[in-house]
Write a protein that binds this ligand. Structure first.
Ligand code: ADP
Length: 338
């Protein structure tokens, strides 16, 4: 377009000059046509050679960056001379800038999340470490001479050491799940038998609070599902343990199984303290606790539900929670039917 416009301008000048110098109409017309064609070709090829080629090179680099290809020969070069390289570059740069903006936002969020997470880990580890320091130093300062105090403080120090070990184990589990280092080992198994197995292993803990572990009516039947059995056991153990920890003494923890065509919905319900609605959206976040002191008193790390969510999402399935304070809580997750 630019070449044609300039060529026409030159032709106009030539035409005027022809008129001034008194060229005949035919000669003038011939001169105009010749000069237009010549000027067009000259300008077009100059532009192509000196400007468009360089723009195309820039475009090529951007395109390469966008596609993240390292082999330049694999990036198509748009050598079509009818193409408008300036418009193409403008569109591409804009799209590229927008994509980068999105990436920068995500990176910023991840960075904030990382900082917050590090802060949380340090904060959570501080308490049991300080406790151990306190008990050990007090013992060394002379308290160990009293066998009764010695035993008591050592027990307390051991409990704090257990908390640190639990937290490190949970952090390792999250890190492994997030990095995908340990892949899911899918197999077919009976979910009903697995729930019974988990109930059996937590029977003692439940009996301490006189809580009954059972199935909801009509929900106690064999059902084969597909999943990583070891990890689904972890999920169930975590949910049932929470139901007992935050459950009502003399209460009930009930398991439900519901057929949803392709999937099974597994629910663990308690009639415990419940959770206020404002806490529900953040419940699966790492270290999020509704009642921090109660969670710590129960020996919780605040990481259990985030591990549970990770495991279920690694199965491409979903987990949800509904709860009413003072009435109880239900956690439900889906699994593919076998
Ligand atoms: P924790 O180790 O503190 O139990 P979780 O990640 O397992 O950590 O749970 C996060 C928080 O969710 C708990 O601190 C508790 O406040 C709340 N919670 C989990 N399960 C229940 C439940 N069944 N009833 C009431 N509150 C619950």
């Amino acid at each position: 377009m630019l070449a044609l416009f300039t060529a026409l301008l030159v032709a106009l000048v030539v035409g005027i000059l022809g008129l001034i110098y008194g060229l005949s109409f035919l000669h003038n017309l011939l001169a105009i046509v010749l000069v237009t064609a010549l000027a067009y070709m000259l300008i077009y090829y100059s532009l192509e050679y000196f400007i468009y080629r360089k723009i195309k090179l820039i475009y090529k680099s951007i395109h390469q960056l966008k596609t993240q290809r390292t082999d330049p020969s694999s990036v198509p070069y748009f050598g079509d001379s009818s193409h408008d390289p300036i418009a193409a570059v403008a569109t591409d740069v804009q799209a590229w800038a927008e994509a980068r903006k999105g990436e920068i936002e995500t990176l910023k969020k991840t960075e904030e999340y990382r900082k917050e997470f590090l802060g949380n880990v340090a904060h959570e580890l501080k308490t049991p470490i300080f406790n151990i320091q306190g008990y050990v130093n007090t013992l060394l300062d002379g308290a160990m001479d009293d066998p009764e105090v010695l035993r008591h403080f050592l027990q307390k120090a051991a409990k704090s050491a257990d908390r640190i070990a639990d937290m490190v184990n949970d952090l390792e589990a999250i890190s492994n799940l997030e990095s995908g280092r340990e892949s899911m080992e899918l197999e077919f198994f009976d979910i009903n038998a697995l729930i019974k197995d988990v109930f059996d292993s937590l029977e003692y803990m439940a009996s301490q609070k006189k809580i009954i572990l059972d199935f909801k009516e009509g929900c106690n039947y064999t059902m084969i599902v597909e999943g990583d059995k070891y990890r689904i056991r972890q999920v169930l153990a975590n949910l049932v343990t929470n139901s007992i920890k935050y459950g009502r003494p003399n209460g009930k923890v009930l398991a439900g199984m519901y057929d949803m065509d392709e999937n099974m919905l597994i629910e663990i319900t308690d009639n415990g303290i419940g959770i206020a609605p404002e806490h529900l959206p953040r419940l699966f976040e790492r270290f999020y606790r509704v009642d921090k002191s109660r969670s710590r008193a129960e020996g919780g790390t605040g990481l259990g539900l985030s591990i549970v969510k990770h495991i279920i999402e690694s199965h491409d399935q979903t987990i949800n929670v509904r709860s009413t304070p003072g009435i109880g809580t239900t956690f439900g997750f889906t699994l593919k039917k076998g």
